[in-house]
Design a protein around this ligand. Structure first.
Ligand code: FAD
Length: 495
């Protein structure tokens, strides 16, 4: 870029930056966009296919999105919001397939039933009530429920094999669930951006510091990680899509909006089976209920996946203790993020979550035998020598200041933006990549307020996301039209 001056600086080459860059370059092709990534390749952290579960989170099977309150009632709002948010992503990806930005859909998205499986009186009652509430809503009308072992054997034969016939069990199924290779999706978006004359990708460079100038622009120092040479980029707008690395960078901005935020890193691991005799017996994603006392990011699930072109089963995630904010991060990340502005909330959360920390440390120390024993609750015949342990990505859960308690731990995603709209950051990791499009719309609406109100941008937003400005939660007819279109374009099954 001439004089290292850019309109948009995207920090990180994961799904979030790739989505924002793709949207902005379509809204205004004259924008000069630069993407800076510290690693040598794109999509190598959380967005990499093996570092996440590849579930198109739509609230169908994630029981943590429908928590049970103390009075026994079930809260479904989060599941509705996630489902509607996922439909927004599907529309944008359909648009990109139609415009040849994304390849044949099966290279990044495939249909796979999303199922739940629970056992015991208490969890069966919970699942039944959850089904009754959700299936009344048009977003979830395709959900099926059964307590009949014969039906469940058809839905999930591997899970039901050699199960105690006296065990009380229940399951739900939505046939139209999806498995997504977010790594492939991201690589294709960036490949297409690279063809644009106003786009530049800088790999192997890390953002070291950011300072806002008196004219509102950002002076950003970038280090070449091979030579240690430093250069400066001047940017009108900066997006910190650095995954776990977003918090430390946000802190460096000195923005008042960054005060009080901290991070709670959690590592993840999977058990993987590539024995094709076993793999061919399971073709769904089966989510269970997180054991009492365990954190929401450890909801166990057994998924059929394709890893490097080879069908495989994965089970997990096994959440563990870490002090690194990125898989390729430093053990000093957590300590380095403690600042006077977030000391109180960090201390409060540390003290309030000693059980969680203990749980995570215990998780890290688990033996292979113990991990396979957890798997055996879903696959009774699991053998230790047929499953190997792989490391997944890291999630940095948000810690934030709150007046009432001093500090709290959040499990969601949050967009923090500066008041003048010149910088935005994405913190948190759930529901994650599945709602990347909704999250980046939020960035655009917060930081490009004037432009997004113009007829030109509104028109382009509706071209990319036909339901833009409408609520799929309220508008059943629109949902029907949108689903028919996206399922046809993305090659996802209808019934
Ligand atoms: C175990 C696990 C399971 C998950 N399962 C799912 C799932 O099933 N479905 C789902 O939708 N989501 C899931 N997620 C969440 C999802 O993976 C993330 O929300 C998503 O990939 C985040 O994308 P990102 O672009 O924000 O971050 P990342 O993909 O982590 O990308 C950030 C990039 O920024 C770079 N970077 C960091 N610091 C700097 C710096 N200073 N300078 C330059 N570059 C920098 C990093 O190297 C990285 O490449 C899961 C996550 C984990 C960890």
């Amino acid at each position: 870029m001439p004089n290292n001056k850019v309109d948009i600086l995207l920090v990180g080459a994961g799904v979030m930056s790739a989505t924002l860059g793709t949207m902005l370059s379509r809204l205004d092709p004259s924008l000069k966009i630069m993407m800076v990534e510290r690693l040598g390749k794109v999509a190598q952290e959380s967005t990499h296919s093996l570092n996440n579960a590849g579930t198109g989170h739509a609230g169908y099977c994630e029981l943590n999105y429908t928590p049970q309150k103390a009075d026994g009632s079930i809260e479904i709002n989060k599941a509705l919001a996630v489902n509607a948010g996922f439909e927004v992503s599907l529309q944008f990806w359909s648009y990109l397939v139609e415009h040849h930005v994304l390849p044949t859909p099966h290279e990044f998205i495939n249909s796979i039933p999303h199922q739940n499986f629970v056992w015991g009186e208490q969890d069966v009652t919970f699942l039944r009530k959850r089904f009754e509430l959700l299936s009344k809503h048009h977003l979830f009308e395709e959900m099926e429920y059964s307590e009949d072992p014969a039906v469940l054997r058809k839905w999930m034969p591997l899970v039901m094999a050699n199960r105690d016939p006296k065990q009380i069990v229940a399951g739900t199924q939505v046939k139209q669930g999806t498995d997504i290779d977010f790594g492939s999706l991201t690589k294709h978006m960036i490949k297409s951006l690279k063809k644009h004359p106003n786009f530049e990708l800088m790999l192997g460079h890390s953002i070291e510091n950011l300072k806002q100038q008196s004219n509102g622009h950002w002076k950003v120092s970038v280090k070449d990680r091979h030579t240690d040479a430093l250069k400066t980029i001047n940017a009108n707008f900066v997006f910190l899509g650095a995954g776990g690395g977003a918090l430390p960078l946000l802190q460096k901005t000195g923005l008042p909006e960054s005060k009080g935020y901290g991070g709670f890193p959690v590592s993840g691991q999977w058990l993987i089976c590539k024995n094709q005799e076993i793999v061919k017996r399971h073709h769904t994603k089966v989510y269970g209920k997180a054991p009492t006392g365990s954190p929401p990011m450890s909801v166990p699930h057994l998924d059929a996946r394709i890893i490097d072109g080879v069908p495989a089963l994965i089970f997990g995630p096994y959440a563990g203790y870490t002090t690194k904010f990125l898989k390729e991060g430093s053990i000093f990340d957590l300590l380095g993020s403690v600042k006077p502005g977030n000391l109180k909330p960090m201390m409060k959360v540390a003290l309030d979550n000693l059980d969680l920390t203990r749980y995570l440390i215990k998780g890290t120390m688990q033996s292979h035998k113990e991990r396979v024993a957890a798997l055996a609750q879903f696959f009774a015949d699991a053998k230790e020598n047929e499953w190997t342990l792989e490391t997944a990505g890291h999630r940095v859960q948000i810690i934030k200041h709150c007046d009432h308690k001093g500090g709290k731990l959040e499990m969601g995603t949050e967009i923090i933006s500066s008041r003048d709209g010149t910088l935005a950051a994405l913190l948190g990791a759930s529901p994650g990549a599945s709602i990347s499009v909704q999250a980046m719309i939020e960035v655009i609406e917060k930081c490009f307020k004037k432009q997004v109100r113009t007829a030109d941008w509104k028109h382009k937003m509706r071209e990319m996301i036909p339901s833009y400005g409408e609520s799929l939660d309220d508008n059943e007819t629109l949902l029907g039209a949108v689903r028919t279109k996206t399922r046809a374009t993305l090659g996802l099954i209808k019934k």
